[in-house]
Design a protein around this ligand. Structure first.
Ligand code: SF4
Length: 64
């Protein structure tokens, strides 16, 4: 199974970087925190470098 990213919303500070960099996979949920609404909406490389690596609180993770 492909890897899927998820956001630990308890730690997300709503900085918007992941949403801005990888809009195909991340958006803001109604609670104002980011969510990965489409894990297949961007390549693993895009999610890794555009979201996981740059999230200031490192709250985006892979789930196998
Ligand atoms: S980059 Fe991290 S802290 Fe910023 S909105 Fe995305 S998940 Fe939240």
């Amino acid at each position: 199974m492909a890897k899927a990213a998820w956001v630990n919303q308890d730690e997300c500070i709503s900085c918007g970087l992941c949403v801005e960099n990888v809009p195909g996979a991340f958006r803001f949920a109604d609670n104002g925190k980011a969510e990965c609404f489409d894990p297949a909406g961007a390549s693993e490389d895009e999610i890794q470098s555009g979201a996981i690596d740059v999230c200031p609180v490192q709250c985006i993770h892979w789930k196998e």
